[in-house]
Design a binder for this molecule. Structure first.
Ligand code: 3HC
Length: 297
């Protein structure tokens, strides 16, 4: 197994751009791939904005920001991953798409490179088994916003060898300010197993009229010390992502606490995916978010 120097990241969206920034900040060479140039430039633009903001705030020097940016290369071509030592996928939470992606990468990336999935809920083994390198496969689960949240869950699949696991754990620990916590390959790992039912319960509480969207959020901030309320959080995570995670958890455990509440299903049909769509539990089109009026209809 090669020493990790170059990291390929698949996806420069909500999670991928943050992961790319964190990995480049830690001194690794990064190549991040998107499906087309416009999507890639959008993701790279977000990173450039964050780097500029850090310089403005005096949290980073211009020299450091430039060095981080210089370590980051964008691509639309998987061929640029051929000599990467570690690949982290951060694409849509859809097993079929992830399997197609691994199949393509498996044929291109050098055989001793490690593959890691940033899946929120899918079993690592289901992806590992589709490749020619199940022993070199693990989970590296980052949290949104990846630049800020300290945790990285490091997931040991049933086929992950000790050597692979130790390498990805050491990699996660090498990322500045990150806390790496090992977990076993159980759907939802530690955080989403606990956090997703909590967000779904907040949706049910709203459906049952316990409080308004803003009241439920304000109550959990003021009463439980959470940095943001559960419905604001659902909008941040993306209601589409939360919907995909709870479908996986429900399929796995068949427990009501993981089932999509009707309000979530309707929001997904309406395209109200949250902050990234400009509308979710809140409407973000004005200066300040306001409760989505459509939900009261
Ligand atoms: N990207 C990069 N940096 C960001 C950011 C973003 N999207 N959002 C906020 N930040 C930075 C800000 O620039 C600021 O940096 P500074 O300290 O250097 O000035 C810092 O974070 C704090 O931001 P703000 O002052 O604007 O706002 P808050 O103090 O309210 O913090 C928050 C924002 C960090 C998002 C905080 O509200 C929080 O921790 N919320 C909970 C988030 C959470 O639970 N995430 C996990 C979701 S679950 C998940 O990701 C799992 C997945 O599988 C679904």
């Amino acid at each position: 197994m090669a020493e990790i120097k170059k990291v390929g990241i698949v996806g420069c969206g909500l999670m991928g751009h943050g992961i790319a920034q964190v990995v480049a900040t830690a001194g690794y060479d990064v190549v991040v791939r998107e499906v087309d140039d416009a999507t890639l430039q959008k993701g790279l633009g977000k990173i450039e904005k964050q780097l500029a903001r850090a310089v403005e705030k005096g949290k980073s020097t211009q020299e450091d920001a430039d060095a981080i940016r210089a370590r980051l290369n964008g691509t639309t071509d998987y061929a640029d991953f051929a000599d990467a030592d570690l690949i982290i996928e951060a694409i849509t939470e859809n097993l079929g798409l992830k399997l197609e992606m691994w199949k393509e990468l498996d044929a291109i990336v050098k055989p001793d490179a490690i593959f890691a999935t940033n899946t929120s809920s899918l079993a690592v083994i289901d992806q590992a088994a589709s490749t020619s390198r199940p022993t070199l496969f693990a989970g590296l689960h980052f949290f949104n916003p990846a630049q800020v949240m300290k945790l990285v869950e490091v997931v040991r699949g049933v086929t992950t060898t000790d050597e692979t696991f130790d390498a990805v754990l050491a990699f996660a620990e090498s990322l500045q300010g990150k806390i790496a916590i090992p977990t076993r390959d159980k759907a939802g790992f530690i955080v989403n197993r606990l956090l997703v039912p909590y967000m779904l319960d907040a949706m049910r509480a709203y459906e049952e009229g316990v409080g308004s969207i803003a009241e439920i959020d304000a109550a959990m901030k003021a009463g439980a010390g959470h940095p943001m309320g559960p419905l604001t959080l659902a909008d941040l995570v993306g209601n589409d992502t939360t919907g995909a995670i709870c479908d996986v958890l429900f399929d796995e455990f068949r427990e009501r606490r993981f089932a999509q509440p009707p309000i979530l299903r309707k929001m997904l049909s309406a395209g109200w995916y949250g902050r990234k769509a400009g509308i979710g539990f809140y409407d973000y089109s004005g200066d300040e978010p306001v409760e989505n009026p459509g939900l009261a209809r």
